[in-house]
Ligand binder design. Structure first.
Ligand code: ATP
Ligand code: MG
Length: 563
C-alpha cells in the first residue's frame, strides 16, 4: 500500500480494542474524548508526535473529540514561548483542537477545592516534616515506610494549615499537603504521596495568585476528570502511577477517565528527552530547539520533513506496550518515500570541478529540456542552460579509475543528463596536483542525451553551466550521536561525550542550477543523484536560499530490511 494514501484500514492495537469494547458496553456513554497534555517546558519532539497522533487519531476514528491541554503546573520551568511553539507544531501535523485549548492552571481553584474535600474526608493531611525527613521515612522497596508524626492532625487543623499555606504564611518547603493512603504499600507512589508544595514563584498565566502548586499525579487525574476525558493515554513510565490516578478519582467520586499506557518512542543515534535537548541547546552543540539535526518537530520541519511523512512514520511504527527503539533509517526511508513523489528534480553540484568542452562554441548557450518529476507527469518540464564551461562533482571523475568506476575518466565517454555525450581528453592541475580543469569534447549528434547510432555509455551525470550557476550554501546533516543509544554511554561519561563531530557539514560554494535562486523557505527538491534538500527558513535571504539536506538518496532501511 502506498503510504501517501489515507490509511483506510484501521491499524489494530490493544488501545483500539479497549476503546471499541468501551463503546460496545456503553462505558462513558459510548463517547471518546482524548487529550494531549504537554508541559510547556520545551519544544515537541517526534515522541510527542507519536503521543498526540495516537490520542487525536483515535478520537477522529471514533467520531470523538480531542483536547489540547497545557500541563502547566510547574511555574519554574514553563514559558509562554513554548506554548506557541507547541501549538504551531501540532497544527503543522494537521490537527485542529478548535476551541478545546485548556490549561491546567485554569483548574487551580477547582483542584484546591478537591484537596479541601479530601482533607474533610480525612484522606489528606498537612505534613510539617522536612522534605528530607519525608524521603527518609518513605522506606524502601523492601521495607515499609513510617507514618509521619503529623499524620494524625485533626481535620480542623489540616484545613486551617492548608488555608494558611495558600495564603502565603509559610516559606517554601515548610509544609506539604499529603494524601493519606498507606505507608506500607508495596507501590512506593502510594505511600502518602505529596499533593501540594509551597513554591513562591510567579506563574506565566496565574501570576502571583498562587504560592502552592499541585504535584503531577494529583493534578493530572483531575485535569482529565474535569475535561471529561474518556481514554487518557500516556507513556509506559506512568503505569506505576495508575493506582494513584485511580485512588484520587475514587475518593472524590468524580468522572473517572481510564488511563492507558503505551511504549515511548525512541530513535537510534539521537536523544529526544526535553532535558537532554535543552542540554544540547544551552551548550551550543546545536543551534537551537529547531536545529535540523534534532528530532524536534521544528527541527524536522526545518530540515524539510513533510507533515505527511511524519504521520506515515508514526502510523508505520504502530503501538505496543513493550519498549522499542526505532532505527533512524526507518524515519529516513519514510520521508524519502514521500519526497520522491512530491519533489521536483534539479541539478546541483556540491563539490564542483570545472569541465571545459573544447569543441563547443564559446559564445553559445542552449536550453536543455529537463523533466521535473518522473513520478508526477503534471510537474512538467523546465529549461536548463548549457554552455561550454560546466561544473560536475569532483568525485564523478577519476584519473586512474579502478575497475568498477564507470563515470568520467581520460578517454572515456559519459552522458550529461538531458544534454550530450562528452569524452574526456585531458586534465589541467595546479601546483599541488589538484585537478582544476577537465577538458572534454562533445558529440553534437547526441543532443538530449541519446546517440543516433545507438552506442551506449555506462554513466549519466548531473552538471550545471558555470556561467549560469548560482553559488550557494548547502548544509549536510548526519546522525547526532556516534552511539545508537544512550545505554551505550560508558561509566563516568554522558551522551555529550558522544556527539558526532561531523553531524553538520557546511558546503559554502556549491553550484546550483539557476532556477533554484528563486526557491523560497520550505521549498523541497531532489538534487539529482544527491538526495532531498529544502530551503532553510532561517539562513536564507531573498534570492539567496540556503539549502538543508533532508535525506540522502541511499536507503539504509531497504538494506537493513533485506538482511
Ligand atoms: P520528555 O521526557 O521528552 O521531556 P515529557 O514526557 O516530559 O517528555 P510532556 O510534555 O510531559 O513531556 O509529555 C506530554 C505527553 O507526551 C506525555 O503524555 C508523554 O507520555 C508523551 N511523550 C513524551 N515523550 C514521549 C515519547 N518519546 N514517546 C511517546 N510519547 C511520549
Ligand atoms: Mg514531563
Amino acid at each position: 500500500m502506498s503510504t501517501n494514501e489515507p490509511n483506510t484500514e484501521l491499524r489494530r492495537h490493544f488501545i483500539r480494542d479497549i476503546i471499541e469494547a468501551d463503546i460496545a458496553t456503553g462505558t462513558f456513554g459510548g463517547k471518546v474524548v482524548t487529550r494531549f497534555p504537554p508541559e510547556p517546558n520545551g519544544f515537541l519532539h517526534i515522541g510527542h508526535a507519536k503521543a498526540f497522533c495516537l490520542s487525536y487519531g483515535l478520537a477522529e476514528d471514533y467520531h470523538g473529540v480531542y483536547n489540547l491541554r497545557f500541563d502547566d503546573t510547574n511555574p519554574v520551568k514553563e514559558d509562554p514561548r513554548f506554548v506557541e511553539a507547541i501549538k504551531k507544531d501540532i497544527k503543522w501535523l494537521g490537527f485542529d483542537w478548535e476551541d478545546r485549548e485548556y490549561y491546567a492552571s485554569d483548574y487551580f481553584e477547582q483542584m484546591y477545592g478537591y484537596a479541601v474535600e479530601l482533607i474533610k474526608k480525612d484522606k489528606a493531611f498537612v505534613d510539617s516534616q522536612t522534605l528530607d525527613e519525608i524521603r527518609k521515612n518513605r522506606g524502601t522497596i523492601k521495607s515499609p515506610g513510617t507514618n509521619s508524626p503529623y499524620r494524625t492532625r485533626s481535620i480542623q487543623e489540616n484545613l486551617d494549615l492548608f488555608a494558611r499555606m495558600r495564603a502565603g504564611e509559610f516559606e517554601d518547603g515548610a509544609l506539604v499537603l499529603r494524601a493519606k493512603i498507606d505507608m506500607a504499600s508495596p507501590n512506593m507512589l502510594m505511600r502518602d504521596p505529596i499533593m501540594y508544595r509551597i513554591r513562591h514563584a510567579r506563574h506565566h498565566r496565574t501570576g502571583d495568585s498562587w504560592c502552592i502548586y499541585p504535584m503531577y499525579d494529583y493534578a493530572h487525574c483531575l485535569e482529565d476528570s474535569i475535561e471529561g476525558i474518556t481514554h487518557s493515554l500516556c507513556s509506559l513510565e506512568f503505569e506505576a502511577h495508575r493506582p494513584l490516578y485511580d485512588w484520587y478519582l475514587e475518593q472524590l467520586n468524580i468522572h473517572h477517565s481510564k488511563q492507558i499506557e503505551f511504549a515511548r518512542l525512541n530513535i537510534t543515534h539521537t536523544v529526544l528527552s526535553k532535558r537532554k535537548v535543552e542540554t544540547l541547546v544551552s551548550a551550543g552543540v546545536v543551534e537551537g530547539w529547531d536545529d535540523p539535526r534534532l528530532l524536534t518537530l521544528s527541527g524536522l520541519r526545518r530540515r524539510g520533513y513533510t507533515p505527511q511523512s511524519i504521520r506515515n512514520f508514526i502510523d508505520r511504527i504502530g503501538v505496543a506496550k513493550s519498549l522499542s527503539t526505532v532505527d533512524f533509517a526507518l524515519l529516513e526511508h519514510t520521508v524519502r518515500e514521500d519526497l520522491n513523489k512530491r519533489s521536483n528534480r534539479v541539478m546541483a553540484v556540491l563539490n564542483p570541478v570545472k569541465v571545459i568542452i573544447d569543441n563547443y562554441p564559446a559564445d553559445q548557450t542552449e536550453e536543455m529540456q529537463a523533466i521535473n518529476n518522473p513520478e508526477n507527469p503534471e510537474a512538467g518540464t523546465r529549461l536548463v542552460p548549457f554552455s561550454r564551461e560546466l561544473f560536475i562533482e569532483r568525485d564523478d571523475f577519476m584519473e586512474e579509475p579502478p575497475k568498477k568506476f564507470y563515470r568520467l575518466a581520460p578517454g572515456r565517454e559519459v552522458r550529461l543528463r538531458y544534454a550530450y555525450f562528452i569524452t574526456c581528453t585531458h586534465v589541467v592541475k595546479d601546483a599541488s596536483g589538484t585537478i582544476t580543469e577537465i577538458h572534454c569534447t562533445y558529440d553534437p549528434a547526441t543532443k538530449g542525451g541519446n546517440a543516433p547510432d545507438g552506442r551506449k555509455v555506462k554513466a549519466t551525470m548531473h552538471w550545471v553551466s558555470a556561467a549560469h550557476a548560482y553559488d550557494a550554501e548547502v548544509r549536510l546533516y548526519d546522525k547526532l550521536l556516534t552511539v545508537e543509544s544512550t545505554d551505550e554511554v560508558a561509566e563516568g561519561k554522558t551522551f555529550m561525550d558522544y556527539i558526532n563531530p561531523n553531524s553538520l557539514e557546511i558546503r559554502s560554494h556549491c553550484k546550483l542550477e539557476p532556477s533554484l535562486a528563486k526557491a523560497a523557505a520550505g521549498d523541497r527538491f531532489q538534487f539529482e543523484r544527491l538526495g532531498y534538500f529544502s530551503v532553510d527558513p532561517v539562513y536564507s535571504t531573498p534570492g539567496r536560499p540556503v539549502f538543508n539536506r533532508t535525506a540522502t538518496l541511499r536507503d539504509e532501511w531497504a538494506k537493513l530490511r533485506k538482511k
